[in-house]
Ligand binder design. Structure first.
Ligand code: PEP
Length: 252
């Protein structure tokens, strides 16, 4: 059985004080949730303070990025170990905004995945096609390259600490969600790729999240799909009421 996981990506939003306020509201609203795993990813500057607010509430902290080195002359970067030290249990890797705006490629993303796993953190690997790629019927090819590139050289054992987030780029921050069927089709394809790279048991236990304009009013339908194991939420993770409702999705 795959435990549902709802993760909030706060992106470049909120001052430290605002982050603390949101974290406190989430702790209050989600303190009794145990059936679903919860992750929030504030900005780097807020991590440590948000960790203190979370305390032993059932919410895990994630970073939005990392650098694939432990230490050294890498100005402006942070290692997974530093993020662990700040209270993180997970790292989001390969978000489409970083792929597009910062030209991150699958090789760099794979190095980040490996370093994150080596450091004992959960890796959340993001993949997804652009609208142009979908319209040119390149979606499966793109997903296949991103999954194979991102998971290169990993063992089946390491996959136990990795979650995949399928985020069609055309649905991120646009208000356009993939339909339940479109999302299910992509998730089932991705699970098949994981099976081909590893084995059926690894594919069956691998959690695949959907991301792209997930909101309180569409989460229930998405979560009812066989291969959708959770959500990576951007905009709607910035308000406690919406995020709490998403975490408490209703089983159909
Ligand atoms: C995201 O940034 O990962 C995301 C899915 O954003 P939104 O929910 O705002 O589309």
């Amino acid at each position: 059985m795959r435990k549902p996981l709802i993760a909030g990506n706060w992106k470049l939003n909120k001052t430290i004080t605002q982050a603390e306020e949101l974290a406190a509201a989430l702790v209050a609203g989600l303190k009794d949730v145990s059936a679903t795993e919860i992750i929030i990813a504030p900005t780097f500057t807020a991590l440590n303070r948000v960790a203190a607010i979370i305390g032993d509430a059932p919410i895990q902290l994630a970073a939005q990025n990392c650098y694939p080195q432990e230490s050294g002359a890498f100005t402006g970067e942070l290692s997974p170990l530093m993020l662990k030290d700040a209270g993180c249990g997970a790292v989001i890797i390969g978000h489409s905004e970083r792929r597009q705006l910062l030209a991150e490629d699958d090789q760099l993303i794979n190095a980040k995945v490996k370093k994150t796993l080596e450091s004992g953190l959960l890796a959340i690997l993001c993949v997804g096609e652009t609208l142009a790629e979908r319209e040119c019927d390149e979606m499966l090819e793109v997903l296949s390259a991103q999954i194979k590139g991102g998971l290169a050289d990993l063992s089946a054992e390491q996959m136990a600490n990795l979650v995949i987030a399928y985020e069609p780029v055309w649905a991120i921050g646009t208000g356009k969600t993939a339909t339940d069927e479109q999302a299910q089709e992509a998730h089932s394809f991705i699970r098949g790729l994981v099976q081909g790279l590893f084995d059926p048991a690894t594919a069956q236990s691998c959690r695949i999240l959907y991301g792209g304009s997930v909101k309180p009013d569409n989460v229930d339908g998405l979560m009812a799909q066989d291969d959708i194991d959770g959500a990576l939420v951007g905009g709607a993770s910035l308000t406690a009421e919406d995020f709490c409702r998403i975490v408490k999705f209703e089983k159909k």
